[in-house]
Design a protein around this ligand. Structure first.
Ligand SMILES: Cc1ncc(COP(=O)(O)O)c(C=O)c1O
Length: 347
């Protein structure tokens, strides 16, 4: 008997470069980018800056480095970064901003995962010799660990306005800003206009093998170039990677709407076949969260579904995340749901 095809919902980082992307990579004109002689990198940076309506962009190896650089643009030793506890920079970046920059994290809990203006306002420190200096707010759009939640423009605008009034910087982790833009119909440039710096990833829903960008004003991005070098992230013939980014912006951006539709279909199907131990959140972009009644249900479900060829990740003791992306076939949701239909197989 033929083994069932694996449906990999673990993350949109598992995509492999498409044939068109590999061709673009092979054709890329390259040079030494540390010497600013790689024309394809320069073109990607120009193109990205234009898309976001900002002065400049810098290609870096990862979203983690892009966020670290974003934080470094604003914070020195002892300076405080206000963010939600599930923000990637706090939860999943190895404490890099603390270890390498000496920045202090000030994590807040927001029930929705997205900080309210009021909670940020009350977290900003008074000018008191005993306290660290509140220097930066980091927001994330979409919010990964909250199931790909979209931060709407009005909210980001209100946070931006508070930060400007109080003299704080605002960095946006836009690893999946593409998804936020497609899901909400908000132009990338509208989001970018509200922040001092933003990071975005080519290596998630856009399907590139490597690459993120830091975006902002020219003087900041010039400093970012120096910080990237200091972190060991200066790249040489990176045009082969930039070519993937250019290809993705041309060919893989609009199709994110398909990933969102697939996530909606998956959530609906899971809601129908899973029993009362499970609760499925309606997705806002390309992620579906399934909440379970206890650790045992969660662990058994992840293992049981994997045995059926449905791969996903547990985000916590009781929450499972399934992510849609371009390497899944259009019938991936219906096939996953069909495999889960027998009660014995639900985990
Ligand atoms: C919201 C968010 N920010 C940043 C990153 C870090 O990206 P990278 O894995 O390229 O370091 C991720 C990775 O999944 C992410 O989900």
């Amino acid at each position: 008997m033929q083994a069932a095809e694996v449906l990999d919902f673990r993350s949109d980082t598992f995509t492999r470069p498409s044939p068109g992307m590999r061709e673009a990579m092979a054709r890329a004109e390259v040079g030494d980018d540390v010497f600013r002689e790689d024309p394809t990198v320069a073109e990607l940076e120009r193109r990205a800056a234009g898309l976001f309506g900002r002065e400049a962009a810098l290609l870096v190896p990862s979203g983690t480095m892009a966020n670290l650089i974003g934080i470094a643009l604003h914070c020195g030793r002892g300076d405080e970064v206000i963010l939600e506890r599930r923000t990637h920079s706090f939860a999943h970046e190895v404490g890099g901003a603390a270890a390498l920059l000496g920045a202090v994290f000030h994590p807040l809990d927001a029930p929705s995962g997205i900080l309210s203006v009021e909670s940020i306002r009350s977290a900003i420190r008074p000018a008191d010799v005993h306290e660290p200096i509140s220097r930066l707010v980091v927001m994330e759009n979409t919010a990964n660990l909250c199931g790909g939640k979209v931060v709407d423009l009005e909210h980001l605008r209100a946070v931006g306005s508070l930060c400007r009034d109080r003299g704080l910087g605002l960095h946006l982790d836009g690893a999946r800003i593409w998804n936020a833009s497609v899901a909400s119909g908000t132009p990338l440039s509208d989001y970018a206009a509200e922040v001092d710096s933003l990071s975005c990833c080519l290596s998630k829903g856009l399907g590139c093998p490597v690459g993120s960008l830091v975006i902002g004003d020219e003087p900041d991005i010039e400093r970012a170039r120096w910080i990237r070098k200091m972190l060991g992230g200066g790249m040489r013939q990176a045009g082969v990677l930039a070519a993937c980014g250019l290809y993705a912006l041309e060919n893989h951006l609009d199709r994110l709407a398909d990933d969102h539709a697939l996530a909606a279909e998956l959530a609906e199907g899971l809601g129908e076949v899973l029993d009362e131990r499970f609760r499925v959140d309606p997705p806002q972009s390309n992620m579906v969260l399934v909440h379970t009644d206890c650790l045992e249900t969660c662990e058994r479900a992840v293992a049981g579904w994997a045995a059926l060829g449905i791969l996903c990740l547990a985000l916590s003791d009781t929450t499972i995340r399934l992510v849609t992306h371009m390497d899944l076939s259009p019938d991936a949701a219906s096939r996953a749901v069909a495999r889960l239909q027998s009660p014995r197989e639900r985990g």
